[in-house]
Design a protein around this ligand. Structure first.
Ligand code: NAD
Length: 296
């Protein structure tokens, strides 16, 4: 394999906050893209994906304003659509941040993946080597972590996290694709819990959340202090939590707590109780229309 990978057709697995936007970003870059999710509970096989694609049109500016390009983004589900993976050069997995769910899906898709295709996980910080364990050996060489930042159409950085098994040519090919086709800057990270961005970023958000209670501050006050005032252009602690999704945040915090028991900061890798309460109620942020800035 050369240091380029030819991506004419891609699949994105997971039509949530990240998957839908990554799919739109790929389509905008001229890559025919098929977006997958579970069949909807109401019986509509592509219902979740159809809703996600309709949601893209409501973003401002809409990422797929060009109708000719928009037609190149299609919907599929894992029950009836897996044979479509055989025609894909790149598969980006962006399902919920759970090791067991991701590994189950990898076992399911592996027999359908083309022998040249690259598989990349958008995990926020789960172990890339651990994810790779369930893949057949030949696919393990073509597997890598690709962590896009949210929102992926604006954030110009991606972390690339090779597994021990990732071929050097696959890593190089992905780096070239991300930089030249998707216009991203790339940081190569090691397979450590939450990689670099979320190890630092989530920790600082956690600290701000703990201090909100300690100093009895309003979330908007904390945002005023942790946004533009300290050099972040727009986002801040609670606004970011809304955009990320509170359930995803809780998973990412748990990864640090579970995998870094001896870290000197371990006592701080604990979400405030109210975060779990909000997640339990289904108040997950912007994606459910119920967060700090989005009220039902
Ligand atoms: P999300 O909750 O918005 O969407 C997750 C999708 O996974 C849903 O559409 C859901 O139907 C699907 N799903 C749930 N369980 C599944 C299963 N068992 N099998 C198959 N599909 C299943 O999540 P998201 O925010 O898009 O995050 C997706 C991935 O991207 C996660 O690994 C997350 O850590 C990572 N990530 C998230 C952000 C962020 O800011 N939200 C940023 C970077 C990376």
């Amino acid at each position: 394999m050369s240091n380029k990978i030819l991506v004419r057709r891609a699949a994105v697995l997971g039509a949530g906050v990240m998957g839908a936007q990554i799919a739109a970003h790929l389509t905008n870059a001229g890559v025919d893209t098929v977006l997958f999710d579970l069949p909807a509970k109401d019986g509509n096989p592509n219902g979740i994906v159809d809703k996600a694609i309709a949601g893209l049109a409501k973003l401002s500016p809409a990422p797929l304003a060009d109708k000719a390009l928009a037609g190149r983004l299609t919907a599929a589900n894992y029950e009836t659509g897996l044979e479509q993976l055989a025609g894909c050069d790149l598969i980006v997995e962006a399902i919920a941040e759970r090791m067991d769910w991701k590994q189950d899906l990898y076992r399911k898709i592996a027999p359908h993946v083309a022998s040249h295709a690259v598989l990349a996980s958008n995990t926020s910080g789960l172990g890339i080597n651990k994810l790779a364990e369930v893949l057949p050996e030949e696919l393990r060489h073509r597997f890598c972590g690709v962590h896009f930042f949210n929102p992926p159409r604006y954030m110009h950085l991606a972390e690339l996290i090779p597994a021990r098994s990732t071929d050097a040519a696959v890593l190089e090919g992905l780096e070239t694709f991300l930089t030249t086709t998707l216009g991203k800057g790339v940081v190569i990270a090691k397979d450590t819990p939450n990689f670099i961005g979320n190890r630092i970023g989530v920790f600082s958000m956690l600290a701000a959340m703990h201090h909100t209670g300690q100093f009895k501050l309003g979330f908007d006050t904390v945002d005023a202090l942790t946004g533009p005032a300290i050099g972040r252009p727009k986002s801040a602690t609670y606004r970011t939590a809304d955009v990320v999704g509170l359930d995803t945040m809780a998973h990412v915090i748990k990864t640090m707590a579970d995998t870094l028991p001896d870290d000197p900061w371990h006592q701080y890798f604990k979400a405030p109780k109210w975060l779990a309460g909000l997640v339990e109620k289904g108040a997950l942020g912007a994606k459910t229309g119920a967060g700090f800035y989005t009220k039902r």
